[in-house]
Design a protein around this ligand. Structure first.
Ligand code: SF4
Length: 165
């Protein structure tokens, strides 16, 4: 269904947010276009850092890589999250696989004007590898993982699917 090289940033983000969300997404259930939060995120993205050129690695699309080999990602949320960090780490991992020695990820939060920097260390490389394996394990699961506690589902575009009896 999905191979090692197909694992992209969205898969990693969903892995960290909710494995059920990842499982549904992997099966083609994608109601995101109906989700205002996602649309708002795209708007923030479109109006930020417009002079930089995105980098397309196939499954993973990065906002841009600077001349010192730092990956830059523009985030629509106000607060950093483990999912954001994991996505940045994954992009560094993907770049290393194509021979670009990415130094780490710089995450930009235009709403709060915050920036966070995560160097791509040996430990980060091990974790990035483990994250890809975890995505593949979710993909192979025959049944959808359990729901999160309801409070963790706020704003998720799969709410109708998960919570309508
Ligand atoms: S609604 Fe909740 S349980 Fe369902 S995919 Fe979203 S976060 Fe996961």
């Amino acid at each position: 269904m999905i191979t090692y090289d197909d694992v992209g940033g969205v898969h990693i983000k969903y892995l960290y947010h909710c494995r059920r969300q990842l499982w549904l997404y992997l099966r083609g259930i994608r109601p995101e276009h109906l989700n205002a939060a996602v649309q708002s995120g795209e708007a923030v993205h479109d109006t930020s850092y417009t002079r930089n050129t995105p980098v397309d690695l196939g499954a993973a699309k990065l906002d841009f890589v600077d001349g010192s080999h730092w990956v830059h990602e523009v985030k629509s949320s106000s607060r950093p999250s483990p999912a954001d960090e994991a996505q940045g780490r994954h992009y560094c991992h993907r770049l290393h696989r194509v021979g670009i020695e990415a130094k780490g990820a710089v995450l930009h939060y235009p709403k709060t004007r915050r920036t966070q920097k995560f160097p791509y260390t040996e430990q980060a490389a091990v974790q990035a590898e483990a994250d890809v394996e975890a995505v593949l394990a979710v993909a192979e699961a025959p049944a959808s993982p359990d729901r999160l506690a309801r409070s963790g589902c706020r704003g998720c575009s799969f709410t109708d699917y998960c919570w309508t009896e």
